[in-house]
Design a protein around this ligand. Structure first.
Ligand code: SAM
Length: 218
């Protein structure tokens, strides 16, 4: 007989050792990571590993990122609570769940319907009803709900898609990995009127953004 792990204790340890002990300083991000049950978003066989310091497989050849990277990208959005945000690459729904605690309204787009459906189910079970899941090509953004104060892409693009820059609100932030394969850089873009500036944050390795303003499907 296997005993069920103490997920609450594992999560507390994750926040302390992997996030707070590194450079996650935004108290709201730390609080959200503390309450969102990451193990609910991964396949059953991966649940025991859900709080480890690494990415995990979620099916359809896709991954849920390492907890630290999810927290870092979220922190870079500088959310205060009243924003409308867009996520590209719903995957498991974990990142969307964090955003649901940190912003007023979350739109998230996934190209694999089966992943979107599973994420929808978990988010509904957790009563996170400010998240709207869409199926489609997120490299084109989701113009129907634009503009967004924050946009986050969790798949690597060849360059910041113009569609996403166009859908940023004035003063808005876009956080995304740019580059191919293992040579990607996490970038943060800011819009100031019609001016766009960006900074490079850290090297990263994400799955590719497949779509019209991403990489084309093989
Ligand atoms: N944010 C996710 C989470 O919390 O589990 C992790 C996402 S995973 C690293 C990247 C996701 O982007 C995959 O599920 C992949 O199918 C999706 N994706 C890739 N290209 C896309 C596109 N053009 N539009 C929407 N989703 C896309």
């Amino acid at each position: 007989m296997f005993r069920r792990p103490d997920f609450d204790a594992l999560r507390e340890e994750m926040v302390r050792q992997q996030l707070a002990a590194r450079d996650i300083r935004d108290e709201r991000v730390l609080a959200a990571a503390h309450v969102v049950p990451r193990h609910r978003f991964v396949p059953r066989r991966e649940q025991r590993s859900a709080y480890q310091d690494r990415p995990l497989r979620i099916g359809r050849g896709q991954t849920i990122s390492q907890p630290y990277l999810v927290a870092l990208m979220t922190q870079l959005l500088e959310l205060k609570g009243r924003e409308r945000v867009l996520e590209i690459g719903t995957g498991s729904g974990y990142q969307a769940a964090l955003l649901a605690h940190l912003a007023a309204e979350v739109h998230t787009i996934e190209r694999h319907a089966s992943l979107a459906e599973r994420a929808r189910q978990v988010l509904a079970e957790l009563a996170l009803d400010n998240v709207h899941i869409h199926i489609g090509d997120g490299s084109l953004g989701w113009p129907d709900a634009a503009p967004y104060e924050g946009i986050i892409a969790t798949a690597g693009a060849p360059r910041a898609p113009q569609a996403l820059l166009d859908q940023l609100a004035d003063g808005g932030r876009l956080v995304l990995p740019v580059g191919a394969g293992t040579r990607q850089t996490l970038q943060r873009w800011r819009r100031d009127g019609n001016q766009f500036t960006h900074e490079d944050i850290v090297p990263v390795a994400f799955v590719p953004l497949i779509g019209e303003q991403g990489w084309y499907a093989p």
